[in-house]
Design a binder for this molecule. Structure first.
Ligand code: GTP
Ligand code: MG
Length: 210
């Protein structure tokens, strides 16, 4: 097969492994020849169903990606589960981030009892982060299940990224995919309501196969 690339994420198109980047059913490649628009299945789903699905990558690919974060001028959004901060720590994150700004986001605040104030938990998260040698530029709580919280998260990312790329990182199960899906949905609504807020050239999140 000649080398084909997804026009969404740039991954090389392949038809063998559904779980890996660039997978596209052979039938879709035929169709794309007519339309001239070839997307991998993941980007296709993202475009048409506003849904992000995980891809499996090898340890080597993962390390390459981590180094890419350090090599770029970016905002790193480190998502942690506020109910499992210890389990949410990425060993060596500061090294991989290498000087880039980190926004620490404590997710799943919807499970906190109503009586617990966000400010107290944020303060605790900040202290714990400092104890672990992290120096985030900002710390906040969020919940993928709360519209207002997602709006705040988008605003905070927009303010901190200063036009740079945004990498969402976090250990498994902290809610990265759920948050990204919630952000995409919210951005689509915002785009419908006010066009210039999210432009094609500078999308809030440019999704890549990470
Ligand atoms: N209560 C609550 N649950 C959440 C929230 N965000 C995510 N979850 C749940 O947490 C679990 C893990 O979420 P995912 O989005 O799959 O986590 P992930 O970080 O993408 O995990 P990996 O893809 O394995 O790295 C799912 O059961 C979600 O429904 C949240 O804000 N509140
Ligand atoms: Mg995920």
């Amino acid at each position: 097969m000649e080398e084909l690339f997804c026009i969404g994420c740039g991954a090389q198109i392949q038809t063998e492994d559904k779980e890996k980047a660039g997978f596209t059913p052979a039938s879709s490649i035929k169709k794309a020849e007519e339309t001239g628009e070839l997307y991998c299945q993941r980007c296709f789903r993202l475009r048409h169903y506003n849904e992000i699905v995980d891809v499996h990558i090898t340890d080597d690919e993962f390390l390459k990606l981590l180094h890419e974060v350090g090599d770029s001028d970016a905002l790193v959004v480190n998502v942690v589960d506020i109910f499992d901060f210890n389990g949410s720590i990425i060993p060596g994150l500061s090294r991989f981030v290498s000087g880039n700004d980190v926004l620490l986001v404590g997710n799943k605040k919807d499970i906190l009892p109503k009586s617990v104030k966000d400010g107290k938990v944020t303060q605790w998260l900040t202290e714990r982060a400092h104890e672990e040698g992290m120096r985030p530029v900002d710390v906040m709580l969020t919940s993928a299940q709360n519209h207002h919280a997602i709006k705040e998260l988008i605003q905070r990312i927009e303010a901190l990224r200063k036009g740079r790329d945004v990498y969402v990182v976090g250990v498994t199960n902290v809610g990265k995919s759920t948050l990204i899906n919630a952000i995409i949905k919210k951005l689509l609504v915002i785009r419908m309501l006010s066009q210039p807020l999210v432009s094609q050239e500078r999308p809030l999140i440019r999704l890549k196969f990470h």
